[in-house]
Design a protein around this ligand. Structure first.
Ligand code: NAD
Length: 302
């Protein structure tokens, strides 16, 4: 088993397969990318999405609206995008201004174009193990474990974090009756008691809590696998802005069998999978049915 589970070769592989499928079908999937305001971290992600989209042969229509854009204005834009047949996927860059009701906005996205998987219908399908659009970050965790041939079935997986976009959907995906799932899952959160006792029992520990270097060596089981979803910007001792994960990489490294780096781990796979969701939505609109498993098998094993 590789010790450092880099996301970079996997991202490259996913992108090359998406590019091939797009060329083979002679299509140009189109994404509407919406940003409200000018959050600098968001703008960085937005640029990354546009660059990858261009590279893959997709069209990314980027609409940036001023911070004084109202929720009603956004609903009008979504109304239009939901029914415009030329738009295959809608991506709403977070954060939205605090006055926006995120659930109401999520419910206003056409579920078939909901490539970031915010709509309750798509999240519900995950619990029911029904094929559909799934959130990219949990999917990136599944892909990285599969890519590096890390057995999940029957393992005790502990997830720290219960957000609707990472922890909760991921926990449910690991419960699927699939070869890359079938795990026993524990979800921890800010009110969990005796966190260390639970994390020390994890065969695979997934940190998705948004606290820099939170998981320390004494919180992990020897020879376990650590997956770090966190991306936190901090100032290092020389005053430079750097990114670190939710796991204290250096203190944990020697004790474990494998660990994802930050940057260059889960985050580098996530954006590529956003385009896989776009492709899936585009195929579905054309009545070409390809399941999550069809794509996974094609990308990783064909
Ligand atoms: P969130 O803030 O919505 O949720 C954090 C969760 O962590 C909450 O459920 C909370 O209960 C839990 N938590 C907080 N403090 C805790 C503590 N001390 N002990 C136990 N649990 C605690 O965050 P999110 O949107 O799920 O993101 C989590 C992290 O993942 C962030 O660092 C974010 O930047 C990163 N992220 C990365 C990607 C990617 O592609 N790699 C995508 C999304 C989010």
């Amino acid at each position: 088993m590789e010790k450092i589970l880099s996301g970079k070769p996997l991202a490259k592989l996913i992108q090359s397969k998406i590019k091939f499928l797009i060329a083979q079908e002679g299509i140009q999937p189109k994404m509407l990318l919406i940003q409200v305001g000018e959050d600098p971290a968001s703008s960085y992600y937005v640029q990354n999405i546009i660059n990858i989209g261009n590279k893959l042969g997709c069209e990314v229509l980027y609409n940036q609206y001023p911070a004084n854009f109202t929720p009603e204005d956004l609903l009008t834009v979504l109304d239009y995008a939901n029914t415009d047949p030329s738009i295959n996927g809608i991506m709403l860059q977070k954060p939205l201004p605090p006055s926006f009701d995120e659930l109401k906005i999520a419910e206003s996205i056409n579920p078939q174009k909901d490539i970031d998987c915010l709509h309750p219908i798509n999240l519900g399908h995950i619990i029911l193990e029904k094929d559909g659009l799934v959130p990219c970050t949990p999917l990136a965790v599944i892909y990285i474990l599969r890519y590096y041939k890390i057995e999940v079935e029957g393992k005790h997986i502990v997830i720290i974090g219960r957000s609707s976009i990472v922890g909760k959907p991921l926990a449910n995906m690991f419960l699927w009756k699939k070869p890359y799932a079938n795990a026993t899952v524990t979800v921890c959160h800010s009110r969990t008691k005796n966190l260390k006792d639970i994390t020390c029992s994890a065969d695979i520990l997934i940190a998705a809590l948004g606290k820099p270097s939170f998981v320390k060596e004494e919180m992990i089981k020897p020879e376990s696998v650590l997956i770090d979803v966190g991306i936190n910007q901090i100032t290092d001792k020389d005053g430079n802005q750097i990114y670190v994960g939710d796991i204290d990489y250096n203190s944990c490294f020697d004790k474990v069998n494998a660990i994802t780096p930050v940057p260059g781990g889960i985050g580098s796979v996530t954006t590529s999978l956003l385009f896989l969701n776009l492709l899936k939505a585009c195929f579905t609109a054309r009545h070409i049915n390809k399941s999550i498993d069809d794509f996974l098998n094609y990308i990783l094993f064909e």
